[in-house]
Each structure stands twice: as C-alpha cells, then as structure tokens.
Design a protein around this ligand. Structure first.
Ligand SMILES: [Zn+2]
Length: 305
C-alpha cells in the first residue's frame, strides 16, 4: 500500500497539546502496523481521561504519569479496543493511579455471528495481536456517556476492525482509534475483523458532522467527511475488483489476491489474502457470492449471478 506523504513525526513520550484540554503522548512502538506508534490521549484539565494507554512499555507508563500536572489526577482510563498496541498498559496504569478501566468488553465481545462461527471452526487470527487477558473494570455500552468534570465522551460502538472497537465522541471531535486513520486504511482481518460491520460503522460515523478525528495512529484527520468517503470508496473498489475477477469463474481468496494485488511483494500476500477473504465473507452476507462448501479461508468462492 502506498502511503500518502505525511510529516507526522512527534517525539515519543512527550505530552503535546493538540487542542485546548487535549494532549497526546506518542508511545515508542513504531512499526509498519502502528506507524509512528500508538497515540495515547489525555483529555481534561483537572480530572483526566487517558484514552488508550497503549502497549506495556515501562517508559510509556512513566511518560503518561509524568504528564499529570499538579492539581490533576487520572479519573478514567478508556480503552478503544483490545489490540496489543492499545490496551495492555491499562491494568498497570490503573494500579498506579487508581482510576477504573472502561471498555466495551473483553477480547471477543462484539464479535459478529459469522466471525464467531469461523473462529469456532478454527480460523486463527492474522497475527495483529489480541490482548487476551484484558478485562475492563467497567463495560460501556453504545450510546453511553462517560462524564468527567469538564468533559464528556459519548461511546459509539464501531465494530469492524475489531468487534469490541469503540469510537468516542467529544463534542464535534471524535477519537476514532483504528477505525478511521489518515495514514492508512484500517486493517479488517477475519475472524477479529468483520468488513460488513466495518462498512456499517463507517456509514454510521457519516451521519454526524465531525470537525476532526483523533486517530489511534498518525496525525489528526481534519477532513473527516472526505476521509470516510475515501475509505468506503476504497473498499467498494476492492469489492468491484473481486467481483470482476470472479466473473472468470470460482476461485480461492489466495488466487484472487495474487491476481488483484499484482504489485504486492510475496511476503505481504498473506495479508492481502486475508483482506480478500474479508470481502468474500461480506459478499456472502450480501448474497452476491457464496463459498462452495463450508465458509472457510481456503474455500472456493463463486459469484451468485
Ligand atoms: Zn487495532
């Protein structure tokens, strides 16, 4: 995937004010999956919400605690989803500061029925790293409002990247975590990711007039409506390419990936295959394709027309 030019490169471990009442600390975990690292947000001026403490790196824990100024305390720890780069530090941060950890649920909460079936049938995750031991102190439901002393966060369940993924509305800003980012399209890898849910979550965010998205990785997205439209269009063009390739006859996700991702290095074809499979499951739900035999990552898929 070609990334857009982006000069986002803040120092790790330093709290930077990005708008009044909101600071961001970049965790020292850069990688091809996490870009410059995980964005941990500190919201508020007295009672602070820490949004996504990040990976279990002691230096990052120290950086978060050091950002708490005199007269401030951490009152809430909010986790957007249970990937290893977002949630593991929550327990230790909570032990240090006494604030409860809030999240939609544990690692498999919110998983769609079709993905639960695939997982039960033995489809393993694609290696994105699930925080299996994560348990929130308090679960938060879709539509719930988390109240701080000078801020409120609205929980918006946005499954797709992961079943338990939430976005957090803060006025006309939204913390979109890994659902919408500016530097890359979101990873949707079965059985943790579900593309049908992902598209529905994108369309749901489209119903509001957002000013800015603060993502889990990378710079703020200052044109949220355009970005959502691009993300949906990107997925629809992939879907069209898969349907066009299937017009030549039934094929596996692997064969389709080799055909569609012609510029992808062999080492990344496994991820491309997962992506195609995510689309094939979605096309199956839409009744536009079906698997010959049981729905599985290695199945042969055919168009319904
Ligand atoms: Zn993630």
């Amino acid at each position: 995937m070609t990334l857009p030019p982006d000069d986002f490169d803040p120092p790790h471990g330093t709290a930077i004010e990005i708008e009044p009442g909101l600071r961001r600390v970049l965790a020292p975990n850069p990688s091809p999956m996490t870009y410059r690292g995980t964005n941990t947000y500190l919201l508020g001026t007295r009672d602070l919400a820490v949004i996504d403490p990040g990976p279990a790196i002691p230096a990052h824990l120290d950086a978060i605690l050091a950002a708490v100024m005199p007269g401030q305390r951490i009152s809430h720890i909010v986790v957007t989803h249970t990937h290893m780069d977002h949630s593991p530090l929550a327990a230790e941060l909570s032990a240090r500061c006494g604030a409860p950890v809030l999240a939609f649920g544990g690692p498999e909460t919110g998983r769609s029925a079709v993905m639960s079936d695939l997982a039960r049938a033995g489809l393993a995750g694609g290696g994105e790293g699930i925080d299996q031991s994560f348990r929130p102190d308090q679960t938060v439901a879709d539509g719930e409002v988390i109240q701080g002393d000078d801020w409120t966060l609205e929980v918006i369940h946005t499954p797709g990247h992961l079943g338990n993924h939430i976005a957090l509305g803060w006025g006309d800003a939204c913390f979109t975590a890994d659902h919408v980012m500016g530097w890359a399209s979101s990873l949707v890898s079965p059985p943790d990711g579900d593309l049908t849910d992902f598209m529905a979550s994108c369309r749901r965010l489209q119903t509001r007039n957002w000013r800015v998205f603060h993502p889990g990785h990378g710079a703020p997205v200052t044109t949220p409506a355009e970005r959502l439209e691009w993300l949906i269009g990107h997925r629809l063009s992939r879907e069209a390419a898969i349907l066009a390739a299937l017009a030549d006859g039934p094929q596996t996700a692997r064969a389709l990936a080799e055909r569609i991702y012609t510029e992808t290095p062999a080492a990344l074809l496994g991820a491309a295959e997962r992506n195609v499979f995510a689309h094939l499951v979605d096309l199956t739900s839409q009744n536009r394709a079906h698997s010959q035999g049981l729905l599985a990552a290695s199945a042969v898929f055919a168009r319904n027309d």
